[in-house]
Design a protein around this ligand. Structure first.
Ligand SMILES: Nc1ncnc2c1ncn2[C@@H]1O[C@H](COP(=O)(O)OP(=O)(O)OP(=O)(O)O)[C@@H](O)[C@H]1O
Ligand SMILES: O=P(O)(O)OC[C@H]1O[C@H](OP(=O)(O)OP(=O)(O)O)[C@H](O)[C@@H]1O
Ligand SMILES: [Mg+2]
Length: 285
């Protein structure tokens, strides 16, 4: 049985559960469940605090886990990222009231409030800046108003929380984060566990592909085929089948969903017709 850590709360929890459900795994029915077994898929899910997941995985008690890259690095646990998952994307940045600091060098002698002490302390040490770090559990944007720190370092997605607190980012982003599957560094596992881990990763990759690609079908004249195929090269190469009407072919290829409308316009312009896109529900590449 593969033992997998899943975030039980916060920004990672909902999207992680959805992705696992799309990959065909059973998920808990109510938020208080701490552990479920999915016997058909031979996996056991442990619902843990996102911050603790890297620690459990590095201990070797759980085979793999889903957490944020920033949380993994902050924990300094002996675990590594094996598959980025594309959700809970954020940057980690310094911010302050306008006029307090404009560059990292200005941080010398100041106090920085953050929930990610490990990342901040290491970054400051690497840059050779002598500043104090105060740990807060969350809502760190308020720390400046209340005089606990002059500067904060926090997760920024849309920037709304910073704007609402009258704060502005400064300096380069400290890091970019997203959710990821993690595993103990240099894990030595049995052949059976390795096979199960690889199968789990392939299933999640299938979901990622199904989310980012659509299937495109269209008809075009043989003379236009080269131009059409250049627009829809597919992952390996598109399928081309003859049509009953001589001189025409049907083409089928996967295209990135974000570009689908532009590609349909371009195909139409070179004379392709009956251009259809359909969703991909699951896939193994
Ligand atoms: N607004 C956000 N947008 C995208 N990712 C976010 C956002 N807030 C937090 N994250 C990401 O979620 C992870 C943190 O999850 P965690 O559950 O610890 O915090 P949270 O979502 O802020 O919840 P909590 O309210 O419990 O603090 C990190 O990887 C972080 O980068
Ligand atoms: O740039 P934004 O889109 O505003 O998102 C970033 C905010 O979201 C998270 O806070 P959360 O709501 O989880 O509260 P917390 O600070 O208590 O963790 C994060 O800590 C930021 O405060
Ligand atoms: Mg938070």
């Amino acid at each position: 049985m593969l033992r997998i850590a899943v975030p039980n709360k916060g920004s990672l929890s909902g999207p992680a559960g959805e992705m696992l459900h799309e990959a065909g795994y059973q998920q808990r029915r109510e938020a208080k469940e701490l552990r479920i077994v999915d016997p058909e898929n031979e996996v056991e899910f442990f619902y843990l605090r996102p911050r603790d997941i890297a620690i459990y995985v590095s201990s070797g008690r759980l085979d793999i886990g889903i957490t944020g890259r920033d949380l993994l690095i902050d924990s300094a646990a002996d675990a590594e990222e094996i598959l980025p998952l594309g959700f809970a994307r954020s940057t980690f940045r310094f911010a302050t009231k306008p006029g307090t600091a404009t560059s990292i060098e200005d941080l010398a002698g100041m106090t920085v409030a953050t929930s990610y002490e490990g990342i901040v302390a290491k970054y400051l040490a690497d840059q050779g800046i002598d500043a104090s770090v105060v740990h807060l559990d969350g809502a760190v944007e308020t720390a400046i108003e209340l005089g606990v720190a002059e500067v904060i370092a926090d997760v920024v997605e849309t920037g709304t929380s910073l704007r609402n607190a009258g704060l502005e980012v400064f300096g380069e982003p400290i890091m970019k984060s997203e959710a990821a599957v993690i595993r103990r560094s240099g894990a030595e596992t049995s052949e059976d566990t390795e096979r199960k881990v690889q199968q789990f990763l392939r299933r999640l990759q299938g979901v990622l592909v199904a989310r980012t690609y659509v299937m495109m079908d269209y008809d075009c004249r043989v003379e236009q085929l080269e131009k059409a195929v250049a627009l829809t090269p597919g992952l390996e190469s598109p399928t081309v089948s003859p049509l009953h009407n001589e001189g025409w072919v049907a083409v089928r290829a996967m295209v990135p969903s974000k570009e689908a409308q532009r590609i349909m316009d371009d195909l139409y312009d070179i004379g392709a017709r009956a251009i259809l896109t359909t969703a991909i529900h699951a896939c193994r590449l």
